[in-house]
Design a protein around this ligand. Structure first.
Ligand SMILES: [Zn+2]
Length: 374
């Protein structure tokens, strides 16, 4: 069941070794790869790259950061090597994942690792540079661009690189998101319902290693072309997550993202040590909640100023007043009141003042006891 990789020490004996004995690339600037398909994913040690994806409308490149680590620690007898890929910055204005993955790029020591780790802290680098959800070059949402297109605009070409060059080399795929400028989320890891019970169980187990208050099963119908869509369709252990919102850097979100990846590596024997409890303030395990049905995603009934009256992550009752939408075009008129359509956990709600007609105002998830119903 594990991705089989050749032992770096066996395969890499005739390859260029890293500049120092530890296998760490000490050059101050990552190498530019003008042909991203030429990256050597088998080279022992840690190697930083900048993938040069040419721009569509001018001379120049989006330099997409990539770090590849092939661990130098011997594998325990009888165990298999595992490979994981971790992405941040699939949406540019979601920062917790970018910070966490950058920290992993810098801090992971290949001498302490067995197996392969592929890290991309700013997958949509141009969107990250612009602090916006989509790339300013083609206005494409990277998380709707999969499986990509080698002859498409820049976002489709990067998606194609991930699909064709990275997915075949890993078994576990982790894509770290946040609410950006729109949705406020309770901290959670997330995944789609998948029909294979073994894949479902393993995804659920790995998602819980991030120790977020919630593990969310979310609807496959809300959108298509997601990075994790593609990975889970290939049978990968595909995990998403929401680690903050509001275009900020949520302290706990970064901690769950960073420490969660380390826990995943420990879980698969890639790092020594036991699974750590990431949030010492919360003794309970993550709660599995389920919002797989589109009817649980409630659109704003009008444009206005959203005044929440409940806390994210709280339990709500059917008929409970959740908030008010204010219309300042007539300050003498009462606000529009919004009520819970049913009981459950308020896992997401509008995270900014302005809600727009039709955008998702809130999501109420069911408790995990119902999670295995299709
Ligand atoms: Zn996102």
């Amino acid at each position: 069941m594990f991705e089989c990789l050749q032992q770096p020490g066996l395969k890499g004996h005739n390859k260029r070794m890293s500049p120092d004995e530890k296998g760490t690339n000490l050059s101050s600037e990552p190498a530019i790869q003008y042909d991203p398909t030429k990256v050597d994913f088998d080279l022992p040690g840690k190697h930083h790259h900048r993938l040069a994806f040419h721009l569509d409308s001018g001379w120049g490149f989006s330099l997409v950061p990539l770090t590849v680590i092939n661990g130098l620690r011997p594998v325990a007898p009888g165990s298999s090597l595992v490979a994981i890929a971790v992405f941040g910055g699939t949406h540019g204005n979601e920062w917790e994942g970018q910070v966490a993955v950058k920290r992993l790029c810098q801090g992971l020591d290949p001498n302490e690792i067995s197996g392969r780790v592929i890290l991309m802290p700013q997958l949509s680098q141009s969107a990250c540079a612009a602090n916006q959800r989509v790339s300013p070059y083609d206005n494409v949402n990277m998380n709707r661009a999969f499986p990509g297109n080698p002859r498409g605009t820049i976002s489709y070409r990067i998606a194609n690189f991930v699909k064709s060059q990275i997915f075949p080399k890993v078994r576990v795929v982790i894509d770290l998101h946040a609410g950006g400028r729109e949705g406020g989320f309770a901290l959670c890891t997330s995944f789609h319902p998948v029909p294979d019970p073994a894949q479902f169980a393993e995804i659920n187990e790995v998602a819980s290693l991030f120790d977020t208050p919630f593990v969310l099963i979310y609807s496959s119908q809300m959108a298509s072309g997601l990075l994790t869509d593609e990975a889970e369709a290939e049978g990968k252990i595909a995990i998403g997550g929401e680690f903050g919102f509001g275009e900020g850097v949520n302290r706990k979100g970064v901690s769950h993202a960073y420490e969660g990846v380390l826990n995943v590596m420990r879980h698969y024997g890639m790092l020594d040590g036991g699974i750590s409890k990431i949030d010492a303030d919360r003794p309970s395990a993550p709660r599995l909640v389920d919002a797989r049905h589109l009817e649980d995603y409630i659109p704003a009934p009008s444009t206005g100023i959203w005044e929440p009256l409940v806390e994210l992550g709280g339990n709500v009752k059917q008929g409970q007043l959740l908030g008010r939408i204010h219309d300042f075009s007539n300050h003498s008129a009462p606000p529009r009141e919004v009520y819970a359509h049913r009981a459950g956990v308020l896992i997401m709600m509008c995270g900014v003042a302005v809600c727009q007609l039709g955008t998702t105002l809130f999501v109420i998830a069911r408790e995990g006891a119902l999670a295995n119903r299709s």
